[in-house]
Design a protein. Structure first.
Ligand code: F3S
Length: 432
């Protein structure tokens, strides 16, 4: 493997012990994946920072690295933590957990990592430019950055993303290389997708089948949602699709014909997303084809047979301002019976607060929490039993990560469940 003089110096300890340790991690990964070189990264997103996942050993590792002088040399920001850093008491977080979580955040801040605590950094000032190399580690963020924004990132582990932030480099393999960004599967979707839950259900099905492949979607049916807001599809639908494929499979890049920047798409959608024409050709050889003509199997797999709902979770991936507005409208003048959390980034939460949306939502008894989400917060200790969510990713992970049974449906169905404490959601009849 070829290292530049600067990289060799870092590896030899010329930039200090902490940087040497980071470079050792990067070089070890490069050797495992047989990378020919390293590549400079524009930013790093560090996942796995919830104390729930990290535990005491992980915390000590971070504090030791920070004490050794580890400092990031490119913009680096955090994935969600195990709690709202300001309102953790309202979430029902134990003081001891909060203390340890704050130590994790403090160690990362010492290293220069921004406490954005979100899986949607691209919504709060950290959108990468097309073609930029990144070391991001949360799967839905990686998927969005690669697929919708045209940047280049593998799905890094938390420590390797931090090592990339400290060295400014990552190993040049996988999705950093043009040839690996070609589609591996053609997915023909014969359903008219109606909302974010349908996109999540589709993602669940496709992720299961393609694993870590690169699906190329052709939507062949009614495209009502594909014309909304001047975008070919709502941003929230793409977030739901990518998040689900990263959960049921390990998809880190997908293409949608006529929509995403590397799908050799028409110019209008490229302009809408601000992306360039791709250097990656549409595959010419026949690809393994997947035909989706029903989402019923996904809805069946992600839905437990529950009537009573005591917890509703919205905001996986973290809610956009548009979704928070929808929630505020649906809750106007009403009271929730079940606990309802809307989780979002601190940046979006602050804007929502300025616009009066948080106050309108919270007047109903619901809460808008920042910095965290249901999967990385210790909700299993909060006594909830039955959850409703509009996120296929959250529905996929809830039983194993949070010990919760769940209902999966649209945002409107979830709000109805929060208001009544019961799940009455039925899927609209239609082609899927
Ligand atoms: Fe984000 Fe948590 Fe979902 S990190 S994608 S809100 S599981």
């Amino acid at each position: 493997m070829k290292l530049t003089a600067e990289e060799q110096a870092m590896l030899a300890g010329g930039a200090g012990l902490a940087t040497q340790k980071a470079m050792q991690i990067i070089v070890a990964l490069a050797e495992i994946y047989e990378a020919a070189a390293l590549v400079p990264v524009a930013s790093a997103q560090i996942a796995g920072i919830s104390y729930k996942n990290l535990g005491g050993a992980g915390l000590e590792f971070l504090e030791e690295w920070a004490a050794q002088g580890a400092r990031v040399r490119v913009p680096a920001f955090m994935n969600p933590a195990g709690m709202d850093l300001q309102r953790w008491r309202e979430m029902g977080i134990a003081p001891e957990f909060a203390r340890q979580q704050q130590r994790v955040i403090a160690a990362l801040i010492t290293m220069g990592v921004e406490s954005t605590c979100t899986c949607t950094p691209y919504l709060v000032g950290h959108a990468p430019r097309p073609g930029e190399h990144l070391a991001w580690s949360e799967s839905s963020a990686v998927s969005y950055a690669n697929s919708v924004l045209g940047a280049r990132s593998n799905r890094e582990g938390g420590p390797s993303a931090l090592a990339a932030a400290i060295t400014g480099r990552t190993a040049a393999y996988g999705l950093h290389l043009t040839e690996n960004r070609r589609a591996t599967h053609l997915v023909e979707v014969h359903c008219g997708l109606r909302n974010e839950a349908d996109y999540g259900a589709l993602g669940y099905l496709v992720g299961r089948q393609v694993g870590d492949g690169v699906p190329y979607f052709r939507f062949l049916q009614e495209t009502r949602f594909l014309q909304e807001d001047g975008f070919l599809t709502r941003r929230e639908n793409l977030m739901a699709l990518g998040a689900a494929m990263g959960a049921s499979g390990a998809v880190a890049l997908y293409h949608i014909e006529g929509v995403t920047p590397e799908a050799a798409a028409a110019l209008a959608p490229l302009r809408a997303f601000g992306g360039p024409q791709s250097a990656v050709p549409v595959p010419s050889a026949p690809l393994p084809a997947i035909v989706i003509d029903t989402l019923a199997e996904a809805y069946a797999a992600l839905d437990s047979p529950l009537d009573e709902i005591d917890f509703v979770s919205l905001g996986c991936p973290h809610s956009t301002l548009a979704d928070i507005e929808r929630v505020a409208q649906l809750l106007e003048g009403k009271r929730v019976k079940a606990t309802l959390w809307v989780t979002t980034s601190r940046g979006v939460q602050q804007v929502a607060e300025q616009q009066g949306l948080v106050a309108r939502i919270e007047a109903s008894g619901a809460r808008v929490f920042a910095d965290t989400c249901l999967v990385v917060a210790p909700v299993e200790e909060m006594g909830f039993k039955a959850m409703a969510t509009n996120s296929a990713k959250a529905a996929f992970y809830a039983p194993m990560h949070s010990g919760l049974q769940r209902r999966f449906g649209t945002l409107e169905q979830c709000i109805a469940a929060a208001l009544t404490g019961r799940w009455t959601g039925r899927r609209e009849s239609g082609p899927c």
